[in-house]
Design a protein around this ligand. Structure first.
Ligand code: SF4
Length: 326
């Protein structure tokens, strides 16, 4: 265990964690809502520091990051814990359960380990929620940057501004889940809130490459007006931010049937009225990048990634500048 950052001690032995907007007040011997920050005798410790539950070399497209070194591989690692309790969690075995077998790997070792992997561009913090693995992610990302390695954070975006600002200089790319565009969805189905997530997208997009994922769940967040509002808001930040509209499948505590394909296609059509790059995830197809100016395919992803429609960061056909890092 390592002493946590971002907390204050109270006279009565409790501690107040200010890493994320839950701002948990934790009594002695207890953990915060994320399950991995524990008050031991008036000191807050991070219990998942240097603990790795899952790792592997993944295609960058799997994060999903479509506009960040397309066709590359990134060493991906996850720990345990999450500050949301989504009923439809896709990684609940490590995000919602903390009694999981993990391996101890210090930041220096992890960077070395990642650098030894052939063809690897960097480290992606993913699988569980990286923001409640904060101290480890911060230290490792700092070291990775020193080695000119790329770092990516795949996250629910639920973090307070100050810790986010401290982390961002060491992050190259983020995929941030905007799980819905209503606060009622967040409160009812995640135990979080919408506004802090939107603030994270806004702030992060000023510092690093950002893509957004929106998992559409039938009957819960699939209203066309909701997709329109989400796209409208995202376009207000930057219409070039890629949006991944993703198909839901039953998981964890939710057994609603999978999202119909026509719902996803309609959502994409709506979002494309405001945004330049909209994809459908968790389905076959829907992953090609088209030039927003001339409509020609720029990058095709069908297992193999073809980026022959690009010339540098421009459309080979019409010369339009594309928000893509290659
Ligand atoms: S990081 Fe964990 S302990 Fe800290 S405020 Fe968030 S949920 Fe609570």
């Amino acid at each position: 265990m390592k002493e946590a950052l971002y907390y204050e001690k109270r006279d009565d032995g409790r501690v107040k964690c200010s890493l994320c907007p839950h701002n948990c007040l934790i009594k002695e011997g207890s953990v915060g809502l994320c399950g991995v920050r524990k008050n031991e005798k008036g000191t807050l410790y991070t219990q998942n520091y240097a603990r790795i539950s899952s790792w592997g070399m993944d295609p960058i497209e799997k994060k999903p990051l479509y506009h960040f070194y397309p066709g590359s591989y990134i060493f991906s690692v996850g720990s345990i814990g999450c500050n949301f309790e989504c009923r439809f969690c896709q990684n609940w075995q490590i995000a919602q359960c903390t009694d999981v077998t993990t391996m101890g790997v210090m930041p220096e070792e992890l960077v070395k380990w990642a650098m030894e992997r052939y063809g690897n561009i960097g480290i992606a913090f993913t699988y569980s929620e990286p923001l409640v693995w904060y101290e480890y992610v911060l230290e490792t990302a700092r070291l990775a940057k020193e080695k000119e390695f790329k770092t990516a954070v795949i996250t629910n975006g639920f973090i307070n501004k100050e810790p986010l600002e401290q982390l961002l200089p060491y992050v190259d790319a983020m995929n941030i889940d905007v799980k819905a565009y209503t606060d009622s969805f967040y409160k009812k189905h995640t135990k979080g809130r919408l506004a802090p997530v939107l603030e994270t997208v806004e702030l992060a997009s000023k510092h690093c490459h950002v893509e957004v994922t929106n998992l559409i769940i039938p009957g819960l967040n699939d209203a066309e007006e909701e997709t329109e509002s989400l796209a409208d808001w995202l376009a207000g930040i930057n219409p070039d931010i890629p949006l991944h509209i993703t198909r839901y499948f039953p998981n964890y505590k939710l057994d609603t049937p999978p999202t119909p394909l026509k719902t996803l296609e309609k959502a994409r059509e709506i979002a494309l009225q405001k945004l330049n790059y909209v994809y459908i995830g968790n389905v076959l197809g829907g992953s090609t990048t088209f030039c927003p100016n001339c409509g020609k395919p720029l990058v095709k992803r069908n297992g193999y990634v073809w980026n022959g429609g690009l010339k540098g960061r421009r459309c080979r056909d019409c010369g339009e500048e594309i928000n893509i890092i290659i």
